[in-house]
Design a protein around this ligand. Structure first.
Ligand code: HH2
Length: 274
């Protein structure tokens, strides 16, 4: 299997690592404009040096309870980072829900658009259908500000799969070829710990949709709950979760701790070689 990702044709024979690059002022002590951009570019290059295969650039935090960001603000955060990195030879993903920014990111050299909202805003698929960008379609229940209050499912695996199947069809109808599509069950997005664990165990079922799966478990609160650790102490738990996701069929791992996950994957790949 491969993924057509902008001008890159990525082999999915081995799991790929997507490094997270946040361009959100609250992630940086300075809070000004220049520093977050420069710091994000530096951080991005560090992640590539550590073994990231792709980078995911995001200007809006989607943590539970996070406040939305305006189009102008998100654009000011994301585009300069994208433009600074585009010549580095690494596929760049932009994490956004806004069709306008999707279009601008594609025109500025993004190779993948990652939408935690499943491209549900009108014209989101249309915004990039004419480009060669890949799309990552993620499932969530509710909106980030309130989604963790009372998530509810009958059969979480069946419901998430059903949603993703329907969005794959919508992407196809908008003219996006299957080889450009990635799906993501959206760990932590309107899901309790039990829902997240069921989804991880049931990932092989989601993989039956025949489209590569991206899994984002890195440093999430489910890891915090299971290990009793704060965000900075979740590396080991996150690496374990990443390997389990690969075990059950994930093709791409969205991670903050690239070096640690890369080492774990080196062991994984060696054991899984013929
Ligand atoms: N998780 C976050 C953001 N974007 N995209 C995909 N496809 N899958 C995910 O699981 C996912 C995502 C979480 O975002 P946030 O809580 O803001 O933190 P960070 O961006 O540092 O991961």
């Amino acid at each position: 299997m491969f993924l057509q990702c902008g001008s890159y044709r990525l082999s999915l024979e081995r799991p790929l690592l997507m490094g997270v690059v946040n361009v959100t002022p609250d992630s940086f002590s300075d809070g000004g404009r220049f520093f977050p951009v420069a710091a994000a570019v530096k951080h991005a290059r560090q992640l590539v040096a550590e073994g990231a295969d792709l980078l995911d650039i995001g200007g809006e935090s989607t943590r539970p309870g996070a406040a939305p960001v305006s189009l102008d603000e998100e654009r000011r955060r994301v585009l300069p980072v994208l433009e600074a990195l585009v010549a580095d030879g690494v596929p760049l993903s932009v994490d956004t829900q806004k069709p306008e920014l999707m279009r601008e990111a594609a025109a500025s050299g993004a190779s993948l658009i990652n939408d935690i909202n499943g491209f549900e805003i009108a014209d989101a698929f249309a915004a990039i259908a004419g480009s060669n960008c890949a799309v990552c379609i993620m499932h969530k229940q509710g909106e980030p500000q309130t989604m963790q209050q009372a998530p509810q499912y009958g059969d979480v695996v069946a419901e998430v799969s059903g949603y993703l199947q329907q969005r794959i069809a919508a992407a196809g109808a908008a003219g996006i070829a299957r080889e450009r599509i990635v799906i993501d069950p959206g760990f932590g997005f309107g899901k309790t710990l039990a829902h997240n664990l069921a989804l991880l165990r049931g990932l092989a079922h989601v993989a039956e949709l025949g489209v590569p799966i991206l899994a984002g478990l890195s440093r999430k609160s489910m890891i915090g709950t299971l290990t009793g650790r704060g965000v900075d102490g979740r590396v080991f738990g996150s690496v374990a979760a990443a390997l389990l996701a690969v075990r059950y069929g994930a093709a791409i791992l969205r991670v903050h701790d690239v070096a640690a996950t890369r080492d774990a994957l080196a062991v994984w790949n060696a054991v899984n070689q013929d």
